[in-house]
Design a protein around this ligand. Structure first.
Ligand SMILES: Cc1ncc(COP(=O)(O)O)c(C=O)c1O
Length: 467
């Protein structure tokens, strides 16, 4: 059996390629129809450009880092499916291997994984834990998407500690179901309307939002005030006692909201507070995990280990949805509560994960992430000097360009204008930001993007912002 690869087809006229100015007539027709039939992206009035989506794009075919729209225009994707496509769209080797694995294990598609064990699940979990530092001390709980993994992590901490409060760190994104949403203080828009359903047992501390720090002008001036004055004082002394807190939840590398890693000292301080008060430390690595930061798991950059960390996005190898809360053994041995997920750990998703882990090893993809990340950094060299570019930053393939006049003057409209201009020139990017700093364009391409395509896209990017 052969898996069709559309790469050659999509590249044969050069990339990007335009038949007409996007959105072309067929795309426009699809966007108009979608307004009647689809509510999958429920963005209200936010996205004028795409009438509900970030961009006015209707996808026909995809291959690795290329997207063809229904009018036959071909774009270079610097967004990697918001990190769901670390191994490229429709990766034929991963798909073939996924099918083979399902045949080897005699099981396909969907299966109520909560109810029966399978060798596929045992072997996949073993392979996953081999990638985790001290993986022998953890177990994998499977779910389908990022928010569900975070729900599982929060429920686990509450159940294990018997405590009912959570301290969350502002600026990150945790998901759209009520538990994750309750922990979110990234954009007021996300909470508006749903306040009555949000938990009142969540307390908010300042996250590792260094570029937007309210205490220091420059990250280099960091004196740890966010921990000493905000977390220890305003949160754990004014609002909630440490002995009431089940967990701290945060993204150790804030992705969509910032594209910035937490300082080592910040995480070390959190670990110390957690150890002192038996609070569980939860890291959300939904977007930053699976190799994007240049290491398999984001916390490998630090000397700090979480009690639970979550992963999703490319965890199913780009084949099927898969997420997990990876939970310490110690917790799992002493957990009174029940939790599960019907589709979590479906055979196709596990096989996709196993195929992807093999593929990462075979092609040394972590080295590739570092190489491409360094390449982007070199290309960034002059960009900070352009008008309206405040900073370029990020580890590995978690990069961003931040458009501001100065630290406190973000340029969200300018960013959206650049995003649309890039799209019309054949380059797809994803916006990002937190609070009033909605000024980021993320650069998170697949790890498999050919360097000539990356360079073409960065040339277009540079020419668009060069002023
Ligand atoms: C850091 C982070 N956490 C959690 C989520 C929620 O994941 P999902 O949309 O799969 O529920 C996302 C999604 O974008 C994310 O980026």
């Amino acid at each position: 059996m052969q898996i069709k690869d559309w790469s050659e087809d999509l590249q044969k006229r050069g990339v990007p390629y335009f038949k007409n100015e996007p959105p072309g007539p067929r795309s426009q027709e699809m966007i108009d129809k979608a307004k009647h039939y689809i509510t999958s992206c429920w963005a209200g009035k936010k996205c004028e450009a795409g009438d509900g989506w970030d961009l006015p794009l209707t996808v026909r075919r995809v291959a690795n880092s290329l997207i063809e729209d229904v009018d036959g225009n071909v774009y270079i994707d610097l967004n990697g499916g918001i990190s769901t496509m670390n191994f490229g769209y429709n990766n034929p080797e991963i798909w073939m291997r996924t099918l083979e694995i399902m045949e080897e294990y005699g099981i396909r598609g969907i299966f109520p994984s909560n109810d029966y064990n399978t060798p596929l699940m045992v072997d996949t979990s073993q392979k996953i834990l081999e990638t985790v530092p001290h993986g022998e001390n953890y177990r994998v709980h499977y779910a389908c998407d990022g928010t569900e993994a975070n729900e599982a992590a929060i429920k686990t901490a509450i159940s294990y500690t018997g405590r009912s409060c959570v301290v969350s760190f502002m600026g990150a994104f945790y998901g759209r179901t009520m538990g994750s949403l309750s922990c979110m203080a990234q954009k007021a828009r996300d909470a508006e309307t749903f306040r009555p359903l949000r938990s009142s047992n969540i307390y908010f501390a300042e996250g590792p939002n260094c570029p937007n720090c309210i205490f220091c002008k420059e990250p280099e001036d960091c004196a740890g005030h966010c921990i000493d004055y905000f977390l220890k004082d305003r949160v754990l002394s004014y609002q909630v006692y440490p002995h009431e807190v089940a967990a701290f939840i945060l993204e150790p590398y804030i992705t969509g909201g910032l594209m910035h890693p937490a300082p080592q000292e910040f995480l070390k301080s959190l670990r110390e507070i957690c150890d002192e008060h038996q609070i569980m430390l939860i890291f959300d690595e939904v977007q930053s995990g699976m190799g994007r930061s240049g290491k398999m798991w984001t916390h490998e950059h630090y000397t700090v280990e979480p009690d639970i960390f979550t992963t999703a996005k490319s965890f199913g190898g780009g084949v099927a949805p898969l997420s997990a809360a990876i939970i310490s053994d110690e917790i799992m041995e002493n957990l009174p509560a029940y939790h599960g997920s019907t589709y979590g750990g479906a055979p196709i998703s596990l096989a996709g994960n196993m195929a992807a882990l093999e593929y990462m090893e075979q092609y040394k993809l972590l080295d590739q992430v570092i190489m491409l990340g360094n390449h982007i950094e070199k290309r960034f060299n002059d960009w900070d000097s352009y008008d309206n570019v405040w900073q370029t930053r990020g580890w590995g393939l978690l990069k961003a360009v931040d458009f501001r006049e100065s630290k406190d003057k973000p340029l969200p409209d300018y960013k959206s204008q650049i995003q649309l201009e890039l799209f019309k020139k054949g380059v797809i990017t994803m916006s990002g930001g937190q609070g009033r700093y909605l000024s980021l364009l993320r650069i998170i391409p697949p790890f498999t993007i050919p360097i000539y395509q990356l360079d073409t896209a960065l040339d277009i990017f540079e020419e668009t912002i060069q002023k």
